[in-house]
Design a protein around this ligand. Structure first.
Ligand SMILES: Nc1nc2c(ncn2[C@@H]2O[C@H](COP(=O)(O)OP(=O)(O)O)[C@@H](O)[C@H]2O)c(=O)[nH]1
Ligand SMILES: [Mg+2]
Length: 404
């Protein structure tokens, strides 16, 4: 990576932990081995993907390291994916690492960006080829978990198109769970706690994937208080009162709203540092993955089927259109045209009624490839955006070229 400024190498590393897990995969295939590992059932056809999210410093990377150690010890085959381009050193050996593909410092320099812009652009570049990552994951047989670490600053993933692309791609390929890591000692304050939960709530509605809230750092502050607040609204309201928050009534209303949200998630307390609570984490993760299959996955499949049906109908319509046009063309050659019938060679013309001559003309000028005058004007009116797009596309082409 030292010389490659922006390279396109999505490769899997043979992390020692994973290789050991791989050889153990065959052992896992025997019923006895399955029975011996009750927390990690292996009756799924596909691995469970975990997208690890959380505020900066919540302990996402440390948790990845802990999961790495645990799964390695459990001899469970897994993949670790690092999506943080700015991390200096991952304490876990990621199998797929964004840093092998994009040099974030170089992206900052080339695009004249600050650190956050650099991370965001690197993630965007990586997302354009996330399909390749999925192929690598799918090529590995017997994988049970795919753990994905995300950039330190949560909004880079949650409020970007690339974050959405990545979570949707994973979510439509395999059971996917959002693991929301909370810094428990920092959330002991009721107002901070509520802010954190509101953020988690927004992620749930945006990602439309099951959410597992992981209260981390329980070696410093046990998470009982959080569970109490989440199950007993009165207790939480009392805590809010005690803080004499200036937004007392608003906070109370939001607490009421959150009560509904809490019903739709699972909660577990862990210490990424000591390893406490990790078996419980996997139990909760498996339950969340079951939930994905029962509800989220079924809904996703319904959406995909509807989309496929719509596409099929569109294709049929386009084929019928094409056949009609062909017939007209053939009979036109037979002399219909001479008889005054209109021969339609360009099916697009009837779509808009064919009355707008000016528009039809401009379509012809632009080569008729669905590129209209409107598109052209858009390009002229937004020179910056067009230049950005060109720059982005040329970089994507460059990456594609470097791929081999
Ligand atoms: N005491 C304690 N510290 C932790 C724990 N998990 C993470 N940390 C510390 O929290 C800090 C931030 O962790 P990191 O994993 O880099 O957070 P990230 O930004 O979410 O990836 C580091 O100093 C970690 O050592 C934990 O379970 N207990
Ligand atoms: Mg991190």
């Amino acid at each position: 990576m030292a010389d490659a400024q922006i390279g396109w190498r999505i490769a899997t590393r043979a992390a020692t932990a994973t290789l050991a897990g791989e050889s153990a995969a065959k052992k896992h295939a025997t019923p006895a081995a399955q029975a011996s590992s009750s927390t990690l059932p292996s009756n799924r056809k596909k691995p469970v993907a975990c997208i690890v999210l959380g505020m900066a410093g919540a302990g996402k990377t440390t948790l990845m390291q802990r999961l790495n150690a645990y799964l390695h010890a459990e001899r469970t085959p897994y993949y670790l994916v690092n999506l943080d381009p700015a991390v200096l050193d991952t304490p876990f050996g990621a199998n797929i690492d964004i840093r092998d593909t994009v040099n974030y410092k170089e992206v900052m320099r080339q695009y004249n960006l600050g650190p956050n812009g650099g991370i965001l652009t690197s993630l965007n570049l990586f997302a354009t080829r996330f399909e390749d990552v999925l192929k690598l994951i799918e090529a590995r047989k017997n994988l049970r978990y795919v753990m994905v670490d995300t950039p330190g600053q949560i909004e880079i993933f949650t409020w970007s198109a690339s974050g959405a692309i990545i979570s949707e791609s994973l979510g439509s390929t395999m059971p996917t769970v959002i693991v929301y890591v909370v810094d428990t000692p920092r959330s002991a304050n009721a107002v901070t706690f509520m802010s954190n939960m509101l953020y988690a709530c927004s992620i749930l509605y945006k990602a439309k994937l099951p959410l597992l809230v992981v209260f981390n750092k329980i070696d410093v502050t046990p998470h009982h208080f959080a569970v109490d607040w989440m199950t007993d609204l009165t207790a939480f309201q009392e805590a809010l009162q005690a803080e004499k928050s200036y937004m007392g009534t608003l906070a109370t209303s939001m607490a009421l709203m959150l009560e509904e949200f809490y019903n739709s998630l699972s909660v577990v307390g862990v210490s990424a540092m000591t390893g406490a609570g990790i078996p419980a984490f996997f139990e909760a993760l498996e339950k969340a993955a079951d939930e994905y299959e029962e509800t989220y996955g079924a809904e996703l499949q319904r959406r995909q089927e509807a989309k496929a049906a719509a596409e099929e109908a569109r294709q049929k319509e386009a084929n019928a259109h094409f056949s009609r046009d062909r017939e007209a063309e053939v009979s036109g050659a037979a002399g219909l045209e001479a008889a005054g019938a209109r021969v339609v060679l360009d099916g697009r013309r009837h779509r808009g009624g064919g009355s707008d001559d000016e528009e039809s003309e401009s379509e012809d000028e632009a080569g008729g490839a669905g590129y209209t005058r409107e598109d052209e004007e858009w390009g002229q009116e937004n020179p910056d955006e067009a230049a950005d797009r060109e720059e982005y596309e040329s970089l994507a082409r460059y990456l594609q070229k470097r791929k081999g």
